[in-house]
Design a protein. Structure first.
Length: 150
């Protein structure tokens, strides 16, 4: 008897072997996609924190104050920077800062005096919070800088 094709059992065994080999490859693709998305959010949070820290350090020493709470980072914040936001909050116009499309980020700034150099050095700590889409967990990026009176 001349065999010119494969039997159904041979085809099923071949498909089973291929499925076993391909499953880890697909899992690694899914895992790398998930990690890439998480890294992108972390990088964006780091860039936001760096921008806020640089703007705060660039301000006059006496103008640097804390931004309390966990303030949503709106797209409008690119128009109202740190200094303008502080001025609006001091004038009682903080509601203008809440206008605009929300992003997935929120932040606060903690400004304190350096214990080794009181009155001449301020420590500025920027916290940017974001939520991961897949896990739903709240993550935080922290940057710290200093500004000397001068």
């Amino acid at each position: 008897m001349d065999k010119k094709g494969m039997t159904l059992v041979e085809v099923m065994v071949a498909l089973f072997i291929i499925a076993i080999c391909i499953t880890p490859v697909f899992n690694s693709f899914l895992l790398s996609t998930r990690n890439t998305g998480s890294s992108e959010k972390e990088i964006m949070a780091l860039e936001l924190a760096q921008g806020l820290l640089e703007e705060a350090v660039g301000c006059n020493f006496d103008q640097i104050t804390s931004v309390p709470g966990n303030r949503p980072f709106n797209r409008i914040d690119s128009r109202f920077g740190y200094l303008e936001s502080i001025n609006l909050m001091q004038q009682g116009l903080a509601d203008q800062l809440a206008a605009g499309e929300d992003t997935d980020f929120s932040y606060n700034l903690e400004v304190g005096s350096d214990p080794d150099y009181p009155g001449t050095m301020k420590i500025i700590k920027v916290n940017v919070y974001y939520q991961e889409k897949l896990t739903g967990s709240l993550k935080k990026v922290v940057l710290t800088g200093a500004k000397a009176r001068g």
